[in-house]
Design a protein around this ligand. Structure first.
Ligand code: ADP
Ligand code: MG
Length: 405
């Protein structure tokens, strides 16, 4: 990684602003999933143990957008949903030490911090300046700060005041430990992957994933496995009947173009050979697995079939680098999670045998967690959009803004 990390700078006695991702699900004041808070602990603990005064900042939901929407509909706006106060309490429990929470006079509170203290700011997105990357708001965030640390990979693809703007007003800007880990894994996969390098792509829409597919082909991934609803656009473009399966008609020429580029680059493109379908007239009782070419106009394809699961698993054998984004089917509805679970197992097995595996994307990560296999994956990426943009080869503004090594 060519960006400076928190481990490269002297933190003693310094006031350190850490941009974390505490955008956690909260219901009635209770945190439903604390994965993201746990993910930020190493960087926070590192800063505390190295004698800095820590200021934490995060966004939580989209308060201003939601407020506008609810007001337009004449519904009550629930302000309590957007405060980070419960997160500060949870974090304090996890650290076993106090976490101050300040909303009013943040600057004077910061100036009175002692080494080892942790202060959390209120939800950044309550201020319109955050998402607008407003210079005045960014300057106010930088007040009294010596070192800026970005540990929120999931928002690094957005140039907001706390991810980009602030770096213009702080001299030293570095990556946190979680950010460093993301950049190390994703960067290595793109720049110098151990081969064979196999990419698995799925999910609902081809249009979301075209930049990623093209970037992986350019980087000469050895095999590209395409499943999920996305595959149907490829099939329909090739003249197959796909019934009522999800297709993006306007993406058919792009799908043909991608297949051609893959062939020219010597990338082996694998599509499903069979799938799980239901009859659109009798969706509850008609599930069966059929060959792709037996699909009729009433069928809806909702998962890859067992033959495809075996084919994809075989293609993963011996892989040294695996990147996976996008479920193989409508995994939220059992039993259409079977294909995705089979692939998750195959990725875990390849990882046991020495492959470096990376899973990214909100739904893909949820599927791997649901299958109880996340411990057997080398790296579960914390970014949704950010991971996709990174894999597409884009420069993330929140990463570009950090100091070079
Ligand atoms: P990620 O969040 O991992 O990037 P996506 O958001 O691109 O993944 O895709 C996930 C969605 O794709 C899921 O909601 C899943 O139900 C849907 N999906 C996958 N295959 C199919 C299919 N054959 N038919 C309908 N939906 C599908
Ligand atoms: Mg998704």
């Amino acid at each position: 990684m060519n960006k400076k990390s928190i481990t490269d700078v002297d933190l003693t006695g310094k006031t350190v602003f850490i941009r974390v991702d505490f955008n956690v699900p909260i219901k009635n004041g209770a945190i439903e999933d604390d994965t993201r808070i746990r993910g930020a602990l190493p960087t926070i603990t590192y800063a505390v143990e190295h004698g800095s005064k820590v200021v934490l900042a995060s966004h939580l939901g989209r308060p201003l957008k939601d407020k506008k929407k609810t007001e337009e509909k004449g519904l009550p706006y629930d302000e309590a949903k957007y405060t980070l106060r419960p997160v500060a309490e949870k974090l304090s429990e996890m650290l076993g030490s106090p976490v101050f929470f300040e909303n009013e006079d943040v600057a004077s509170r910061i100036s009175s911090l002692s080494s080892g203290d942790v202060l959390m700011r209120e939800n950044l997105r309550l201020n319109a300046g955050e998402e607008k990357n407003d210079a005045d708001f960014a300057r106010s965030l930088a007040e009294g700060i010596d070192i800026y640390v970005n540990d929120a990979f999931g928002t690094a693809h957005r140039a907001h005041a706390s991810t980009e703007g602030i770096t213009h007003f702080v001299d030293t800007c570095v990556a946190g430990l979680l950010m460093e880990k993301e950049l190390a894994f994703l960067g290595k996969a793109l720049d110098s992957p151990e081969r064979p390098f196999v990419a698995i792509l799925g999910g609902a829409k081809v249009s979301d994933k075209i930049p990623v597919i093209e970037s992986l082909i350019e980087r000469r991934v050895d095999k590209l496995l395409i499943g999920g609803a996305m595959a149907y656009t490829f099939f329909k473009a090739r003249g197959f009947t796909v019934g009522k399966s999800l297709v993006e008609d306007e993406m058919m020429p792009t799908a043909l173009d991608v297949a051609k580029k893959a062939e020219e680059a010597g990338v082996q493109l694998l599509l499903p050979t069979d799938h799980q379908v239901v009859d659109s007239y009798d969706p509850l009782n008609s599930r069966k697995s059929i060959q792709i070419d037996f699909t009729n106009s009433g069928h809806v394809g909702l998962d890859i079939g067992p033959e495809t699961a075996d084919l994809f698993a075989a293609a993963l054998e011996g892989a040294q680098t695996i990147v996976w984004n996008g479920p193989m089917g409508m995994f939220e509805e059992k039993p259409f999670d079977e294909g995705t679970i089979a692939i998750a197992r195959a990725v875990a097995e390849a990882t046991d045998k020495g492959a470096t595996s990376i899973v990214g994307g909100g739904d893909s990560v949820a599927a791997v967690n649901q299958a109880g296999l996340s411990d057997r994956i080398s790296h579960i990426s914390t970014g949704g959009g950010a991971t996709l943009e990174f894999l597409a080869g884009d420069v993330l503004p929140g990463v570009a803004a950090l100091d070079d090594k």
